[in-house]
Design a protein around this ligand. Structure first.
Ligand SMILES: *[C@@H]1O[C@H](CO)[C@@H](O)[C@H](O)[C@H]1NC(C)=O
Ligand SMILES: *[C@@H]1O[C@H](CO)[C@@H](O)[C@H](O)[C@H]1NC(C)=O
Ligand SMILES: *[C@@H]1O[C@H](CO)[C@@H](O)[C@H](O)[C@H]1NC(C)=O
Ligand SMILES: *[C@@H]1O[C@H](CO)[C@@H](O)[C@H](O)[C@H]1NC(C)=O
Ligand SMILES: *[C@@H]1O[C@H](CO)[C@@H](O)[C@H](O)[C@H]1NC(C)=O
Ligand SMILES: *[C@@H]1O[C@H](CO)[C@@H](O)[C@H](O)[C@H]1NC(C)=O
Ligand SMILES: *[C@@H]1O[C@H](CO)[C@@H](O)[C@H](O)[C@H]1NC(C)=O
Length: 180
């Protein structure tokens, strides 16, 4: 399995190669210490990674993404999956902007000034985000949610700077674990 430290040095490389084409659909998976490629779910607008379908929520589904021409990731329910019951269409994944005090990621169809939807880039199958200096960074992490504590799910965060022990650094990739 990949070390959770890998994206830090990968991100320092100058050459970034895109993989996702506009028509290709892909899922996103979180990899980190004790987080072995958990798929990304939409849960009532929140971005959650989980070993099984999160229990708490009305609109819940694993997400199939398209990359649009504006470096955005547009999500729809993965209709192939039996876990899919959600009623949402074309929801954009966002990371909180550099000045946002709320560090949780999520989905939106109308991004606020504190929600960045158009800076997603790739290093191979690693998802990165271009920062305000034009550098490609991976600042993803997960943390167990108090309201999802029993189903093994985690909320997805971006650019958490405080040293909270419950925060696990992860990388986001477009490939599922090979043993899934
Ligand atoms: C949708 O879900 C199915 C079943 O879990 C999976 O095999 C497939 O790769 C997923 N598709 C995308 C685009 O994520
Ligand atoms: C899905 O949401 C749309 C828009 O909010 C609504 O019109 C429609 O009735 C909903 N469909 C279901 C099956 O809930
Ligand atoms: C979702 O996006 C696709 C591709 O841009 C578009 O064809 C479709 O009409 C959109 N659906 C809705 C409900 O906005
Ligand atoms: C991360 O947060 C710091 C402030 O805590 C900010 O200066 C920086 O621009 C942020 N980076 C990104 C990529 O959001
Ligand atoms: C963040 O705040 C700084 C200082 O107030 C400002 O210069 C900058 O434009 C803000 N960036 C964004 C993306 O709002
Ligand atoms: C962008 O990322 C680089 C590398 O991590 C960092 O040195 C730089 O300060 C970041 N710029 C901003 C505006 O956050
Ligand atoms: C769902 O939320 C309720 C109330 O917050 C909580 O008691 C329950 O444990 C949660 N379920 C899961 C699976 O986390």
């Amino acid at each position: 399995m990949l070390s959770y430290k890998a994206p830090l040095w990968l991100a320092s490389l100058a050459v970034v190669v895109g993989t996702a084409s506009a028509t290709q659909k892909f899922g996103l998976y979180a990899y980190g210490e004790n987080v072995g490629g958990l798929p990304l779910y939409y849960v009532d607008g929140s971005a959650v990674v989980s070993p099984k379908t999160p229990d708490n929520g009305t609109d819940v589904a694993p997400v199939a993404f398209n990359q649009n021409g504006d470096n955005g990731l547009v999500g729809n329910p993965n209709t192939t999956s039996t876990a899919s019951t959600a009623n949402f269409t074309n929801m954009s994944l966002f990371v909180p902007g550099p000045n946002s005090s709320d560090k949780e990621m999520g989905f939106t169809n109308d991004p606020s000034s504190n929600q960045v939807t158009n800076k997603f880039v790739w290093y191979g199958n690693f998802l990165l985000v271009e920062n305000d200096s034009g550098e490609y960074t991976s600042l993803f992490s997960v943390k167990k949610s108090s309201t999802h504590s029993e189903d093994g799910s985690y909320d997805l965060y971006w650019n958490v700077t405080d040293s909270d022990e419950d925060v696990i650094t992860i990388s986001m990739r477009s490939v599922a674990p090979s043993n899934a």
